[in-house]
Each structure stands twice: as structure tokens, then as C-alpha cells.
Design a protein around this ligand. Structure first.
Ligand code: VG1
Ligand code: CO
Length: 543
């Protein structure tokens, strides 16, 4: 089969430290674009010769075409085998699991995660390493350097492969193994959880809904929750992946999954509801009449995981991203285990998980996971919740109330200001950084600043240092605000303001969360001169 070498133009690829390359779909569709990025990735990891890769995506627009391109490049670069999800589908956690189970050298996952899909929406591509996790900073930095200097890529002149049937095919000298995307993932879930117990809970009349948001978890949730655990047909909503996610925004939060939230808030709503995102790594958890913040979810799971077979030996430690509330810290303290605070992004958990320092990890952005894979895992979190509810025989609401009464409550919210003009956002952050040393002692929003800094992470495993990972402001009453710019948007800048207020068990545990955090929001708006810089007062999304 003719292998061809094509000239290509270098470009500014994935910024070092970001989770994959995310751009408008039309950018990815430019001739040679995917090829240039994939060749850069292969060059950065020392070539593809003799290697095995896992490839799959969330099914969004251009997923199928990009996979064919990746297969041709892998073959022309001498890869031995590519394991690809049937129909080109693999959720991010399932891809992570496959890389690990099959001892692959790495994987290419096609997704822009929670960003919308379609010709005029977003596309993404990320490289995961052999532990199954996102490429660490050293690898993304090498990939970035390659994209800026690359001059040629290697491909094949070959027809598209049919990816609809499981089995082995060959593309030139490379084996293409098409696998059921669900099977190995479901097997892992069966090992971790007490499926009989969850089945009995559901058979006893416990009702649930899972919103797959027209994205990749549809087939996974249908197979596991309905076919295997006995949830009635119709329990999984929006279960068929579509290229534009039903024109929706596959982001499992109270804004984009509002119909699901409305359902659990209704008097005749289900006992439990959950949703996942485009690529299946996020989760939103709801109970009848209640939304569980992701930060609380992590804490509740940490406190109860030992009730579940896969975690019966207890946890070695927990980790949370810096902006995530400190609820999990309280649990770790009580359990007498370590709690790590890492920068935003799952790749920072990789070393801690590989070194056996932590069992559970979580982020405020609806990401929870454990050492079973090296990505956050939406459906896993749902099953862990279900298993805990089955053992405790309590409602979501009762579990949460009990948790707050034991550990105190962290009122928590994130405000997102989207598509801000990039220059204005950068100017605001720069001004804030400059005045950090002067902030302590300043009165703001009815409180006084006690400390302020920029988060710098020292990885306790490999000693690497990651600077400028977000601005932290503490107030004398113990409240905390964090500001950072998103690394996953594709339009202008997105500013995220995170607010965390802890009330001990002796405090008021039933304040309206919006009211509880209003003072911090006002303080941050004042200190950052948010309106003067951005013209914004109200966030676009509140989670
Ligand atoms: C966001 C979240 C972060 C998450 C990342 C990838 O990043 O805040 O917690 O790890 O998305 O999630 P940022 O830089 O936009 O704040 V996923 O599900 O989009 O892979
Ligand atoms: Co995601």
C-alpha cells in the first residue's frame, strides 16, 4: 500500500498544560490539520513504530472522519495495532481502561468533552499515556513544540475502514482491532460494585433516571443500568449518541441538564437522577428534591466508599483540585488519611494515583474518579452512589443531611463569565495579581481579606512545579474565593470564580446557597473590578 509523505504547515497546537486540543470543528476540518496534530503527537512520543494505541471518541460531528485519518497516520508511522471502539465510540474512562487492560502505549481520544458538537461547534483531540491518563505537562509541552516546527506527515493512500463490525482488520501492516466499547468497561464496573445489591434496590421500586445528553454514555448506561441492573426501559434518557448532541450542550449541570433537575424537583420525581457529559467523564448527581454539588459528592463518596466491595479496604488518600471545596478535606481528616490539593485538570492526579497515594479524586466541575482508571468517570460515580444508597437504605437527601451533620457543610458555587474579550480578561487577572500583596487587611463585601496568593503546585511524587494555577483569596471569616481563566473554551476567555464557605456542625446548615455566598461574590466583584474590566455583572452559568 502506498505510504505518502506530505508537507505540512506548523501551527500553534495544544498549549502545554491543557487537556487536549480544542477548537472549532471547522478548524479541525481544514485539510492537513488533524494530520499535522497527530503526526506532531507521534513525533513527540518518540514515534509510533511497533506501538499499540487505543482510539475512540464521543461520536460528535467529524468523529468518524478524524478516526480514519488517525488510522492512516498510525499505519504509515509503523504502529503495530490500533484498538478502536466499534462505530468509533469510546467514552474517556472506557478508553483509559482499555489502555490499561491491554497494556497499550497510549490512546487518542476524540472529544471536546462538555463543549457542544456540530459543524459550527467544537471538536477536540487528546493524547493519553500508557497509564491511561491525560498526557502530563512534559508530554504536552513536547507536543506543542512539535506542532510549531513540524514540516511533514506520513499517511497512506487507502480507503476508509468499516468500523461497524467488531473483529480484526488490517490496514497495510497494522492490525485494527474493533471492540465493543462497553464490554471491558462493564466488566470493570462488575468487579468494583455489588451489582446484586443495586439490582435489588431497583427491583424494590427505587426509581432512577440517567440523562446521557445524546452523548457517549448512552450505550454504556443502557447496557449497565437497564439491561444488567434492571432499571426499567426509559430510565436512560437521550440514550442515542448524536453528532450534535441533539443540538444541546452535553454539560451535566443545572443549566444544561435543566429538564432532569426539574424532574427530580417535582413531587412525583425519581428517587435518584444523574447525567454525564459528551465524553462520559463527568457526573451530576441529584436526589428527589436535591442537587448534590460535585464537591459534596466527592466528600460523601470518600466517607462511604468502604461500604462498596471495590473499596472495602478503605481509602489510602484523597485528592481534590484546588478550586474544589474543602468538604473532602474534612472527611480525610476524620479518616486519618492524606488529602492532596492539585491544580485544575485530571492529569495532576495521575502521579498520586500511580504512586498509590490516593484512591479517590475529584473536581468541582462534576468530575469524580478513583484508581480504577486514570480519568474521571461519570457512570462509575453513579454506580458508586447507587451502591452506597443500596447499602445505607437512605435517600440522597438523608445521606447528605447526615453528612453535613457529621462534618459541617461547605456552601459552594462557581460563577462562569463566558466569551469575555481575551484582552480584557487578561488585563483583569494581571491587575489582580499585581495587587495580591496589598490585599490582606482590605475590607470587601462585608468581610476582610486575610490572605491572597497564586496557587503553585509542587507535585509530591515527581517534584515538578506548576505555577500560576489560580488566584486564591481568603477572608477573615474563613471563606475563600478562587479566580482563574478556563483552558477549555474556544471563544474568547472564560473567567471562573469559585466560592467556598464552611459552616461547622454547630452553624446554620440550611441557608439558601445563593444567599450564603452573596457576600463572597460581592467581595470578589469589588476586588477584581469585574464590571470595569469586562462589562459583566451577572455570570452566564452558575453551578
Ligand atoms: C474544565 C474544568 C476542569 C476539568 C476540565 C476538563 O477546565 O474546570 O475541572 O478538568 O474542564 O474537563 P477549565 O480549564 O475550562 O476550567 V472535561 O470533562 O471538559 O475533559
Ligand atoms: Co468530559
Amino acid at each position: 500500500m502506498p505510504r505518502l509523505t506530505h508537507a505540512c504547515t506548523p501551527f500553534d497546537g495544544q498549549q502545554p498544560g491543557t487537556s487536549g486540543l480544542r477548537k472549532k470543528t471547522r478548524v479541525f476540518m481544514q485539510p492537513g490539520y488533524v494530520e499535522t496534530f497527530v503526526q506532531s503527537t507521534l513525533n513527540a512520543i518518540g514515534g509510533a513504530a511497533g506501538k499499540t494505541f487505543v482510539v475512540g471518541g464521543d461520536g460528535r460531528y467529524f468523529n468518524a472522519e478524524a478516526i480514519q485519518t488517525i488510522l492512516r497516520l498510525a499505519a504509515a508511522n509503523g504502529a503495530a495495532r490500533v484498538i478502536v471502539g466499534q462505530g468509533g465510540l469510546l467514552s474517556t474512562p472506557a478508553a483509559s481502561n482499555l489502555i490499561r487492560q491491554r497494556g497499550a502505549d497510549g490512546g487518542l481520544i476524540l472529544s471536546a468533552s462538555h463543549n457542544p458538537g456540530g459543524l459550527d461547534a467544537d471538536f477536540g483531540l487528546k493524547y493519553n499515556i500508557s497509564n491511561g491518563g491525560p498526557a502530563p505537562e512534559a508530554v504536552t509541552a513536547a507536543m506543542y513544540a512539535e506542532t510549531r516546527t513540524i514540516t511533514e506527515y506520513h499517511s497512506l493512500d487507502s480507503a476508509d475502514l468499516d468500523l461497524t463490525q467488531a473483529g480484526e482488520n488490517s490496514l497495510d501492516r497494522m492490525t485494527v482491532e474493533i471492540v465493543d466499547p462497553v464490554a471491558e468497561y462493564a466488566a470493570l464496573m462488575r468487579k468494583l460494585f455489588d451489582f446484586d445489591r443495586i439490582r435489588a434496590l431497583i427491583a424494590g421500586g427505587f426509581s432512577l433516571r440517567f440523562d446521557a445528553m445524546h452523548a457517549v454514555t448512552g450505550p454504556y448506561a443502557t447496557a449497565i443500568l437497564q439491561d444488567e441492573l434492571g432499571a426499567p426501559k426509559g430510565s436512560v434518557l437521550n440514550a442515542v449518541p448524536s453528532v450534535d448532541f441533539g443540538k444541546g450542550h452535553p454539560d451535566p449541570n443545572p443549566i444544561w441538564a435543566k429538564p432532569l433537575v426539574d424532574m427530580v424537583m417535582a413531587p412525583d420525581g425519581p428517587d435518584f437522577a444523574a447525567a454525564s457529559d459528551g465524553d462520559g467523564d463527568r457526573n451530576m448527581i441529584l436526589g428527589k428534591g436535591i442537587y448534590v454539588t460535585p464537591s459534596d459528592s466527592l466528600a460523601v463518596l470518600a466517607a462511604n466508599a468502604h461500604l462498596v466491595p471495590g473499596y472495602a479496604r478503605g481509602l489510602v488518600g484523597v485528592a481534590r483540585s484546588m478550586p474544589t471545596s474543602t468538604a473532602a478535606d474534612k472527611v480525610a481528616a476524620k479518616l486519618g488519611i492524606e488529602c492532596f490539593e492539585t491544580p485544575t485538570g485530571w492529569k495532576f492526579f495521575g502521579n498520586l494515583l500511580d504512586a498509590g497515594r490516593v484512591t479517590l479524586c475529584g473536581e468541582e466541575s462534576a468530575g469524580t474518579g478513583s484508581d480504577h482508571v486514570r480519568e474521571k468517570d461519570g457512570l462509575w460515580a453513579v454506580l458508586l452512589w447507587l451502591n452506597i444508597l443500596a447499602v445505607r437504605g437512605m435517600s440522597v437527601q438523608a445521606v447528605l443531611q447526615d453528612h453535613w451533620q457529621t462534618y459541617g457543610r461547605n456552601y459552594y458555587s462557581r460563577h462562569d463569565f463566558e466569551a469575555i474579550e481575551t484582552g480584557a480578561a487578561n488585563a483583569m487577572m494581571a491587575e489582580l495579581v499585581a495587587k495580591l500583596p496589598d490585599l490582606p487587611g482590605t475590607a470587601a463585601g462585608g468581610s476582610v481579606v486575610s490572605a491572597a496568593d497564586q496557587f503553585c503546585y509542587h507535585d509530591p511524587v515527581d517534584g515538578s512545579v506548576s505555577e500560576n494555577q489560580g488566584i486564591r483569596i481568603w477572608f477573615e471569616d474563613g471563606h475563600r474565593a478562587v479566580l482563574r481563566l478556563s483552558g477549555t473554551g474556544t471563544e474568547g476567555a472564560t473567567l471562573r470564580i469559585y466560592m467556598d464557605r464552611y459552616e461547622p456542625t454547630t452553624g446554620d446548615l440550611a441557608i439558601d446557597p445563593g444567599l450564603a455566598l452573596a457576600g463572597i461574590a460581592a467581595a470578589v466583584a469589588g476586588i477584581s473590578r469585574l464590571h470595569a474590566h469586562t462589562g459583566r455583572n451577572e455570570p452566564d452559568v452558575i453551578t
